[in-house]
Design a protein. Structure first.
Lengths: 217, 263
């Protein structure tokens, strides 16, 4: 087995272009997932029971089904009932909703595990429920929330490779395109692994950096 | 002390499952009065305070603070339970100082006191901070305004908690064993702060095991056992000549172990 270096040379810039798309999808889906996840997580702490049930059912569904099927649902099933996205947005939406369910659980768990005395102290000075959540519980929950949150975002970034199956021209798809023309799976899949590895390492380094800058309570 | 009534609790009862921890307790506290509640652990003292403040919802009974109902709202022909939001507003008349301080760890001493002034009483940022600093000065913490709770001793933390409560200017402040979680050498500074506020006209109900403090600071002492008020009177009456055998037994047991004198 010898490595065909000319293929490697040719592939590097092509894969770089795929990496840019992977990053774009990750950022868009990550931002959406955080917004939806925080909203759901906080709503799950409300005292409106039907709202809590709906969120619990949603989280249960998302966590109980494979991401690949969720991607197919958004890309192939929704158009049947008239909701149509192009492949990139279908991918972003599927990833965002998938990740948001995990983030919602993280937010709910972290806020819920702030010591009960904090809520009581806030009640004792006459705060309303949403004030307690905003000014007392959420600020204290942010730091414990951060490691699981960044883990979710990192696995979401890895999961973008699944979008290759609906022809999103991201990193994995870019590699497969080269393989289908030149039949060089060894070089290209090795390169893909290296690209993903570098991407994920950079993200985990960034997340550790952010964590280290968060004040310890 | 005036004749104006700060707190009126009637028929307060609390059951947890099949266990009744508070039985039909009546408690009236006048404006400016300092009431000290004593009794063994499990006698219902803490539950009494928590039911008055509605941090624990009473199973039965009513609470009125400053002449206004707490935990219920008037409807034509009677009352209905207050919503969570109404209760939050009603609770502003009641201050609470916890055994374990419960300061907000992400805020400085100043902001622990100022946050209620801003978010609940609606003062602007500058005004809230000025007032908060004044209240912290009253408990001798004027030099620790910018410290986080983790940087303060237990005694200092509890004094911040007291400042946080008085800053809301409630009709009454409830102290739930304010020195029980403190190292012995820190007890005195907290009791001194409470004593000073009490002499300045604060209305309070204090649950404590500090008998000599109770003797000095109380206008009235209440002895509780098994969820009922067994006996109450002036400190001289309750400590000097308890009428009930149960009170006598409790106090006898106590004088032997009351080594943490505070004066």
């Amino acid at each position: 087995m010898t490595i065909d270096w000319s293929i490697v040379q040719m592939a590097i810039p092509l894969l770089a272009r795929g990496t840019v798309v992977t990053l774009q999808i990750s950022v868009a889906a990550g931002v959406l997932a955080c917004l939806i996840g925080f909203a759901l997580g906080l709503a799950a702490l409300s005292n409106i029971r039907p709202l809590r049930w709906v969120i619990a059912a949603y989280v249960d569904f998302v966590r109980g089904t494979p991401l690949l099927i969720q991607v197919f649902l958004v890309f192939f099933a929704l158009p049947v009932i008239g909701i149509r996205f192009d492949e990139i947005w279908a991918g972003i939406i599927a990833l965002a909703f998938n990740t948001s369910a995990y983030i919602a659980e993280t937010v709910r768990g972290a806020v819920g595990s702030v010591e009960r005395g904090q809520t009581e102290a806030a009640k004792s000075i006459g705060m309303f429920r949403w004030q307690i959540l905003t000014y007392i519980l959420l600020p204290q929950a942010l730091r414990p929330m951060l490691p699981p949150l960044t883990n979710e975002l990192i696995s979401m970034t890895k999961n973008t490779s699944l979008l290759s199956v609906i022809s999103v021209y991201e990193l994995t798809r870019a590699g497969q395109a080269i393989i289908s023309v030149h039949f060089v799976p060894f070089e290209i899949y090795l390169l893909l692994a290296l690209y993903y590895y570098a991407l994920i390492k950079t993200l985990s380094y960034l997340s550790r950096f952010v964590e280290s800058r968060m004040p310890v309570l | 002390m005036t004749n104006e009534i700060a707190l009126r609790a009637e028929g307060l009862t609390k059951t947890f499952g099949s266990k009744t921890v508070l039985r039909n307790v009546d408690l009236v506290v006048r404006k400016g009065e300092t009431v000290v509640v004593i009794g063994a652990s499990g006698s219902g003292k803490t539950t009494l305070l928590r039911c008055v403040s509605h941090l624990e919802l009473p199973s039965a009974g009513t609470v009125d603070v400053g002449g206004k109902p707490v935990g219920r709202v008037a409807i034509p022909g009677g009352w209905k339970p207050a919503s969570e939001r109404q209760l939050a507003t009603q609770r502003r008349g009641i201050g609470f100082v916890f055994q374990r301080f419960n300061l907000f760890p992400h805020l400085t001493a100043l902001d622990n006191v100022a946050i209620g002034l801003r978010k609940v009483r609606g003062f602007g940022k500058r005004e809230a901070r000025t007032r908060a600093a004044e209240h912290l000065d009253k408990v001798f913490l004027g030099e620790h305004l910018d410290k986080r709770p983790a940087e303060l001793s237990g005694g200092q933390q509890q004094r911040v908690a007291i400042a946080r409560a008085i800053a809301m200017e409630p009709a009454i402040i409830l102290f739930d064993e304010p020195t029980s979680a403190l190292d012995p050498e820190l007890v005195r500074e907290v009791l001194d702060a409470i004593r000073l506020l009490a002499s300045g006209g604060m209305t309070s109900v204090i649950v404590t095991h500090e008998m000599s403090f109770a003797r000095q600071v109380a206008n009235r002492v209440i002895y509780m056992d098994e969820g009922v008020i067994v006996e109450q009177g002036t400190p001289a009456e309750v400590f000097g000549a308890p009428r009930e055998p149960r009170t006598r037994r409790f106090l006898d047991h106590f004088t032997a172990s009351d080594t943490r004198t505070s004066a």
